[in-house]
Structure formats: C-alpha cells, structure tokens
Design a protein around this ligand. Structure first.
Ligand SMILES: NC(=O)c1ccc[n+]([C@@H]2O[C@H](COP(=O)([O-])OP(=O)(O)OC[C@H]3O[C@@H](n4cnc5c(N)ncnc54)[C@H](OP(=O)(O)O)[C@@H]3O)[C@@H](O)[C@H]2O)c1
Length: 176
C-alpha cells in the first residue's frame, strides 16, 4: 500500500450488470452467459481477487489459478484456500502482496455490491459486461461518475445458444 492508503497497483473492477445496474439476486447471478464466464476467467487468472463474503459463499469455493481475498467482519470466518481480510483496506493490502508474489500487475475487485461500492472511488478501470436485459434483482452496481471514466473499448455480442441475452464487453479507464 502507498502512504495515502491506496494500493500501489492498479485496481480493476470486473463486473457484469444488467439494465439499472442489477448484478444479482438472492445471492446469485441471474443469467447464463458462458462467453462472459470465459472472459471473467481470462481477466482474473494469475491475479489476486478481492470479494465480499457473500459473493465468496455464492461461488462456494476459491476459483483455481487465482488468489482470493475474502472481506468479512466475522472473526470466525474460515474457508480452505482463501485469504481473509477484516476490511477493504486490509484486503487491498493483502492483494498487493499476493500480486507481487504472483507477478500480477493489478488487483481485481470481483464484487459484490457492498465491495464495489467501497472500491469504486479507487478503481483505475472497470471491465464491465453490460447485459442488455431488464432483470429484477436485489444487488446493484453503484452509480458511476461517467465524467471520471473514459470508455476505451466496446464489443457487442448477440444472444446465442451459450448466452441467454445480448451483451457488450465494455472497458472504462479512469481519466488522468
Ligand atoms: N454480476 C456480477 O458481476 C457480480 C459479481 C459479484 C457478485 N455479484 C452478486 O452480488 C451479490 C452479493 O453482493 P452483496 O453486496 O450482497 O455482498 P458482498 O459485497 O459480496 O459481501 C458483503 C459482505 O462482505 C463483508 N463486508 C462488506 N464490507 C465490509 C467491510 N468494510 N469490512 C469487512 N467486511 C465487509 C460483510 O461480510 P460479513 O457479513 O461476513 O461480515 C458483508 O456481509 C450476489 O447476488 C452476487 O451474485 C454479482
């Protein structure tokens, strides 16, 4: 961590949201998009990922090829194969050290809503999957200050046998 309490490495948020910012409901994802799962894998393998305890429990296990830092206030929390942090700063600090050990150039923030809300202000980039669908949920990506981020890439994908909705992969990078 730097003296200002910011991690020394870039922080990249990876998120999929439907219209209105819906990211999940009943502590699970609300769509089946295999192409997005593949992208999530390629964006996260070889990197440390910070996630909230609920998202971790929704996934159910540490994802292979990545180091997972779970943020929780529960001092009794334990899960095999993950790192635990008591707050977001501690999580980013642990992720920085893990990144150095792994040779990774960035820290990934993988959600959910509470963790996105607490890290958006320090995010250098957002790798978003914008799902072109109206889906009812109970977890939301926080509103993004569009003036603070530049859209640097957009790739549209139609719905298909592997993907139940059309969607776009969109990269946003914080303006200098
Ligand atoms: N679409 C996507 O890209 C995406 C990605 C990730 C998740 N999701 C969805 O998002 C939903 C989960 O989001 P969520 O907001 O409910 O939960 P979350 O952010 O995954 O986890 C919340 C938990 O994190 C811990 N926490 C949060 N802030 C903390 C802090 N400052 N210090 C210490 N611990 C802290 C607390 O754990 P304790 O209660 O243990 O203290 C809290 O209950 C699910 O529906 C999931 O499927 C979607």
């Amino acid at each position: 961590m730097s003296k200002e309490g910011r991690p020394d490495l870039p922080v990249t948020i990876v998120v999929a949201y439907a219209r209105g910012g819906v990211i999940g409901g009943d502590n699970r994802l609300l769509w089946r998009l295999r192409t997005d799962l593949k992208r999530f894998r390629s964006l996260t393998v070889g990197k440390p990922m910070v996630m909230g305890r609920k998202t971790f429990q929704s996934i159910g296990k540490p994802l292979p090829g990545r180091e997972t830092v779970v943020v929780t206030r529960d001092p009794a929390f334990f899960a095999e194969g993950v790192h635990v942090a008591r707050n977001v700063d501690e999580a980013l600090g642990k992720a920085s050290k893990l990144a150095a050990a792994m040779g990774a150039g960035e820290i990934v923030v993988a959600g959910g809503a509470e963790i996105y809300a607490q890290t958006l202000a320090m995010a250098d980039a957002i790798r978003a999957t914008e799902v072109h669908a109206d889906i009812a949920g109970d977890a939301f990506f926080p509103p993004v200050d569009r003036a603070a981020f530049a859209e640097t890439a957009r790739e549209e994908h139609p719905a298909g046998p592997d993907d139940e909705h059309a969607f776009a992969f969109v990269d946003y990078v914080r303006r200098a």
